[in-house]
Write a protein that binds this ligand. Structure first.
Ligand SMILES: [Mg+2]
Length: 294
C-alpha cells in the first residue's frame, strides 16, 4: 500500500536559525524571524516537520555530537515556545571527507547533497517522498530533495543575493513564503491534494463492490502509476529493457481496465477491473524490485 504520510524536510542553518559558522553552543541559537510561525503553519497543514542538517563541524573537531544534540534541543524548545509547533525529528550528518577527526573523516550517504537522511526519515516514518518537500538555503539541499523524489523550495535567507540558477521548484525569500506556497497559498500548490483520492479512513467499508466502483479503481491505479513514475524519475533510474517492458505491460493492463470500465456491463467490468488492478499492483511491485536491484 502506498504510504500517505507527508513531511516537510527543513535545512537547519540559515533556514531555521542564523548560523554562518560553526555552532555548538545552544546559548547562541537564534531563530530566524517568523521561522517558528512558518513551521506551525506547515504542521497545521498536516506535514511532519523533519530537520535535515549537515554538521561537518563534528568531523572538523569544532564541536561534538552531544553539542549538536544540545543545539537541536534548544531549537526545538524555542520553536515550541514561540509558536507551539513541534519538530518531529532531527537528522544530522557529522561526517566530512576533509575532517580532522578520524572517525568522521569520510564521505557518507547521509551528507547532503546525497539524500541519505531523507531516505532514512522516510523509512522511519513511512513517508511518501513524492508528497514531501525539501526546503533549504543551499543548492545542496535542493539536490538532496530532488534525489529523494521530493519537491523543493530554495529560500534566500542564507544568501539573499542568490537569485541565479537553481534546480528548485520554487525560489522564495523567506520560510514564511515557502510555507504559504507549500500549503497552497502561493505558487505551485502541492499535488498532494490528489492524495485525497487514495485515502481511506479506517472505518470506511472499501471491501464492498459498491464502495469502490470501476472508475474509482482506475483512478487509484493511475495515482499509483503516477507516484511510481515520479519516484523513478527522481531517483535518476536507468530505463533497462526489463523495466521498459514492465512499464509497457503496466500501460496495457491499465488500458484494459479503462476499456472494461467504459464498454462492458457494470458487473462484468468490476471483475475485469479488479483483475487488472491486481495485475497492476504485481507489475508495480516488479518495477520496484527491478529498481532496487540496480
Ligand atoms: Mg543551510
Amino acid at each position: 500500500m502506498t504510504a500517505s504520510v507527508r513531511a516537510v524536510f527543513l535545512d537547519r542553518d540559515d533556514t531555521i536559525i542564523q548560523n554562518s559558522g560553526d555552532l555548538g553552543d545552544p546559548d547562541e541559537v537564534r531563530l530566524i524571524a517568523d521561522a517558528a510561525a512558518a513551521i506551525k503553519q506547515l504542521q497545521e497543514a498536516g506535514y511532519r516537520i523533519i530537520v535535515i542538517t549537515n554538521q561537518g563541524g563534528v568531523a572538523r573537531g569544532k564541536y561534538s555530537e552531544d553539542d549538536v544534540d544540545a543545539v537541536n534541543q534548544r531549537i526545538a524548545h524555542l520553536i515550541t515556545e514561540e509558536s507551539g509547533a513541534l519538530i518531529d525529528r532531527f537528522y544530522y550528518c557529522p561526517f566530512h571527507p576533509n575532517g580532522s577527526v578520524t572517525q568522521y573523516a569520510c564521505e557518507h550517504p547521509w551528507r547532503k547533497p546525497q539524500p541519505g537522511m531523507l531516505l532514512q526519515a522516510a523509512d522511519d516514518l513511512d513517508l511518501d517522498l513524492a508528497q514531501c518537500w525539501m526546503v533549504g538555503d543551499q543548492e545542496r539541499d535542493i539536490e538532496a530533495g530532488i534525489a529523494a523524489g521530493c519537491r523543493t523550495v530554495l529560500v534566500r535567507t542564507g544568501q539573499p543575493e542568490q537569485a541565479g540558477v537553481t534546480k528548485a521548484d520554487l525560489l522564495v525569500a523567506t520560510l514564511t513564503e515557502a510555507a504559504s506556497a507549500i500549503t497552497g497559498g502561493g505558487e505551485g500548490p502541492p499535488e498532494t491534494d490528489r492524495n485525497d483520492v487514495d485515502s481511506h479512513t479506517p472505518g470506511s467499508d472499501d471491501t464492498t463492490v459498491e464502495a469502490a466502483g470501476p472508475d474509482d479503481q482506475v483512478i487509484t491505479r493511475l495515482t499509483d502509476l503516477h507516484t511510481e513514475l515520479r519516484a523513478m524519475r527522481a531517483a535518476g533510474s536507468e530505463f533497462t529493457a526489463g523495466r521498459l517492458l514492465t512499464m509497457i505491460a503496466l500501460i496495457l493492463v491499465l488500458g484494459l481496465a479503462v476499456g472494461c470500465a467504459l464498454y462492458m456491463e457494470p458487473q462484468s467490468a468490476v471483475v475485469w477491473v479488479v483483475v487488472a488492478g491486481v495485475g497492476e499492483l504485481a507489475l508495480i511491485g516488479l518495477v520496484l524490485l527491478l529498481g532496487r536491484q540496480r
